[in-house]
Design a protein around this ligand. Structure first.
Ligand SMILES: *[C@@H]1O[C@H](CO)[C@@H](O)[C@H](O)[C@H]1NC(C)=O
Ligand SMILES: *[C@@H]1O[C@H](CO)[C@@H](O)[C@H](O)[C@H]1NC(C)=O
Ligand SMILES: *[C@@H]1O[C@H](CO)[C@@H](O)[C@H](O)[C@H]1NC(C)=O
Ligand SMILES: *[C@@H]1O[C@H](CO)[C@@H](O)[C@H](O)[C@H]1NC(C)=O
Ligand SMILES: *[C@@H]1O[C@H](CO)[C@@H](O)[C@H](O)[C@H]1NC(C)=O
Ligand SMILES: *[C@@H]1O[C@H](CO)[C@@H](O)[C@H](O)[C@H]1NC(C)=O
Ligand SMILES: *[C@@H]1O[C@H](CO)[C@@H](O)[C@H](O)[C@H]1NC(C)=O
Ligand SMILES: *[C@@H]1O[C@H](CO)[C@@H](O)[C@H](O)[C@H]1NC(C)=O
Ligand SMILES: *[C@@H]1O[C@H](CO)[C@@H](O)[C@H](O)[C@H]1NC(C)=O
Ligand SMILES: *[C@@H]1O[C@H](CO)[C@@H](O)[C@H](O)[C@H]1NC(C)=O
Ligand SMILES: *[C@@H]1O[C@H](CO)[C@@H](O)[C@H](O)[C@H]1NC(C)=O
Length: 434
């Protein structure tokens, strides 16, 4: 059944005949000098790895780019913080299975590391764009000595993760390039915050700028990516690992999610017909995508001239600063809660769900159970369905002031917010869930 050896032999001959400077692997006996212009190519020639000079820079970087669609789009950079100033340098694979990049004085400017070892390691570039170091007889991804997919730069390719693993302590963050001439780590990061129900944040330094909102089974609760015929989103929220990744449903589709050096997250898809990249998604996309734009219990609406308003039954906390369009203090309930004497809930529809960092979730509870749990706990301020696909399931509860709400008329969600019984309708502690 195994027919691997034959195509591999043919492939090697083919690559030697057509592109004499392209290799399929790096081994301990085969190093690559920067000035040789040698590259490593993935088996079906989707990706290529070698040295490049970005933009107007004269620095050399070890990087991975698309091979077939050759517009010079770099998807990963190894020595992004430590460039080679000229073409003196060498990439080697050494014991116990690590890649090292040496400069003209033979100092290490970049290297991989590993907790495993192999007597006969090889480095190869997979068709997914993943550079791996493996024992040649062990193709189990769990046993790779190292892989570039664990070290995202500004690009997330299908199959790469954003998140963290608490067993290995590994964090998968995207970070922008400083500029198009400098792939060094810029100011922006796109990362997963595991607190409460996990969400993805775009930060500028330590300042949050944009939040995707929680994944609700169909889309990120906001203006972002939703379930569609082109892409699928995978969520993995377990004790050992919390991560998001995306895949193209059609494997012949070429796409990439990038965080550009201006702090904009973009999903690009290659069009063979146009011979160019098409933009599928741009975040943040409008004023209301700015994190906490309208303060607690404020609601942002792009169709309103000044964007910010208080949720109905709420009033500005500081009406003077609010009138001067300083919305930072947000809004408060016009009738305070009175938990001991019974509160109720008011349904707000068409919303991006608020920040879930102070939330709690349960996948199996019904919305009715969810309402009961929230009502019984005086510090619970709101609840909704966790997963709105196929009629809704699960429970999401909030335990702090609600921030970063916005109106999303076409695909927003319902959220039930705790309110004094006089505001939530007589004798109706529980809203009806059809
Ligand atoms: C590598 O490419 C550069 C620029 O194209 C060229 O000047 C140089 O001669 C090449 N080196 C080799 C060994 O082919
Ligand atoms: C690169 O720079 C180093 C140090 O300045 C020098 O020794 C080396 O010859 C240079 N290499 C090339 C190819 O210019
Ligand atoms: C760097 O290492 C190579 C191979 O071991 C050796 O030939 C070369 O002389 C070394 N260069 C310097 C500057 O030490
Ligand atoms: C080589 O790298 C080392 C360590 O980063 C650095 O100290 C040294 O100056 C570099 N050599 C050259 C010629 O750039
Ligand atoms: C790899 O290197 C990083 C940074 O030096 C270190 O934090 C990490 O523990 C190392 N991992 C392994 C498996 O040695
Ligand atoms: C990922 O980003 C977050 C937020 O900026 C930061 O706290 C964390 O240290 C980053 N992790 C890594 C590995 O860069
Ligand atoms: C990110 O922060 C820097 C420094 O504070 C600032 O100059 C820049 O305008 C910020 N970017 C955005 C998109 O707000
Ligand atoms: C949401 O619910 C649907 C239908 O029950 C299920 O197929 C899907 O896996 C759920 N999504 C998540 C993220 O839990
Ligand atoms: C995948 O995309 C290719 C090229 O666009 C197309 O020819 C093929 O029919 C698609 N396959 C599926 C299952 O949609
Ligand atoms: C989720 O809710 C169900 C039903 O109420 C309960 O049996 C289960 O223990 C809860 N799970 C967690 C993690 O609290
Ligand atoms: C209410 O929920 C909070 C957060 O989950 C919890 O710490 C607290 O013990 C709960 N209070 C009651 C009375 O159950």
């Amino acid at each position: 059944m195994e027919i691997h050896p034959i195509p591999l032999v043919f492939y090697s001959l083919f690559s030697i005949l057509t592109t004499s400077k392209a290799l399929d692997t790096i081994t301990k006996t085969q190093f690559i000098t920067v000035d040789s212009n040698t590259t490593i190519v993935s088996p079906s020639e989707s990706f290529e790895m070698g040295f490049f000079k970005p933009g107007n820079s004269n620095n050399r970087y070890l990087g991975i780019w698309y091979k077939k669609i050759s517009t010079g789009t770099v998807v990963w950079v190894a020595n992004r913080e430590n460039p080679l100033p000229n073409s003196s340098g060498v990439l080697k694979l050494i014991d116990p299975g690590i890649l090292v990049l040496l400069n003209s004085t033979n100092n290490t400017v970049w290297s991989t590391n590993t907790s495993r070892s192999s007597h006969n390691p090889v480095a190869r570039l997979l068709d997914s764009g993943n550079l791996i170091i493996q024992d040649p007889n062990d193709h189990n991804p769990e046993n790779f000595l190292w892989q570039s997919f664990d070290y995202p730069c500004d690009t997330l390719l299908p199959g790469m993760k954003l998140g963290r693993n608490s067993v290995t302590g590994r964090e998968w963050n995207m970070s922008s390039w400083k500029s198009k001439d400098d792939p060094g780590r810029g100011d922006y990061t796109y990362w997963l915050d595991p607190r409460g129900y996990p969400q993805i944040f775009l930060s500028n330094g330590s300042v949050e700028q944009f939040r995707t909102g929680p994944w609700n089974g169909l889309q990120f609760s906001g203006t972002g990516l939703r379930e569609n015929p082109i892409y699928s989103i995978r969520t993995y929220f377990e004790r050992d690992e919390v991560s998001y990744s995306y895949d193209s449903l059609n494997s012949s589709l070429v796409s990439r999610l990038i965080l550009n050096s201006n702090g904009v997250v973009q999903l690009w898809r290659w069009s063979d017909r146009n011979r160019d990249w098409l933009l599928d998604l741009n975040s943040p996309s409008d004023n209301c995508d700015s994190y906490r734009m309208c303060g607690s219990y404020g609601s942002c609406d792009v169709n309103k001239p000044l964007f910010c308003g208080c949720l109905s039954k709420f009033v500005p906390k500081n009406s003077i600063s609010w009138a001067m369009t300083d919305w930072s203090e947000g809004c408060v309930r016009r009738t305070p809660l009175d938990c001991k004497n019974g509160d109720g809930f008011v349904k707000y529809s068409g919303m991006k769900l608020p920040d879930t960092r102070s939330s709690w979730f349960n996948r199996t509870m019904t919305i009715g159970e969810c309402s009961e749990v929230c009502l019984k706990n005086c510090s619970c301020v709101a609840y909704t369905s966790l997963n709105i696909s196929q009629g809704g399931s699960g429970c999401l509860l909030w335990f702090d002031d609600l921030v970063d709400l916005r109106v999303i008329s076409e695909s927003g969600q319902d959220i039930y917010i705790r309110m004094a019984s006089s505001e939530s309708g007589k004798n109706s502690h529980k809203p009806k869930h059809e």
